[in-house]
Design a protein around this ligand. Structure first.
Ligand code: FES
Length: 166
């Protein structure tokens, strides 16, 4: 016989959403607050899970589909969990000419994920981007706030190791 866990689930949901409720209290809960609320929520949760979007839609009295639409329109918002380390590989013109695609390929091989994905252990998220303003160092990637330039594919594993500890 299975026991209904609805009560537990409700309680967990409430606990999970408690920080969001605090965020919402800082706003007038009007439609114009949507973007800043989403930004604060993402800062709190690391990404924007559906349950959080639903709560925001209810509180601001906006359709869920409209909230969802905003999150998919702006690239700053993420609907999936992100890795502890975010790798941005540049595929802008200068980096492309100097082998940016081979850097991306090596990263994909090392991490076992495709462009835009996150490793299962949530250590790394891999993203290709356009010019990041360091063309003189092409090919370039950024890991979090660190810039790694003049890269060769062979250097990739050693660089990843620096972020893989702990
Ligand atoms: S094209 Fe890669 S940094 Fe500019």
């Amino acid at each position: 016989m299975t026991t209904c866990q609805c009560g537990d689930l409700e309680e967990n949901k409430e606990k999970y959403l408690a920080p969001l409720k605090e965020i919402l209290e800082n706003y007038d809960q009007k439609e114009e607050d949507l973007i800043p609320v989403l930004q604060d929520a993402q800062e709190e949760y690391g990404y924007l899970p559906k349950v959080v979007l639903r709560e925001i839609a209810d509180s601001l009295d906006i359709f869920f589909s409209d909230v969802y639409g905003v999150t998919t329109f702006y690239s700053q918002f993420h609907l999936e969990p992100r890795g502890e380390n975010v790798i941005k590989v540049c595929l802008g013109t200068a980096c492309h000419v100097r082998g940016g695609a081979r850097i991306l390929e090596r990263l994909q091989d090392e991490l076992g994920i495709a462009d835009g994905e996150t490793t299962e252990d949530l250590k790394f998220t891999l993203e290709s981007v356009a010019c990041i303003g360091a063309c003189g160092l092409a090919p370039v990637m950024m890991i979090n706030d660190d810039t790694h330039g003049l890269l060769t594919p062979g250097e990739v594993p050693k660089i990843l190791d620096q972020y893989n500890q702990g």
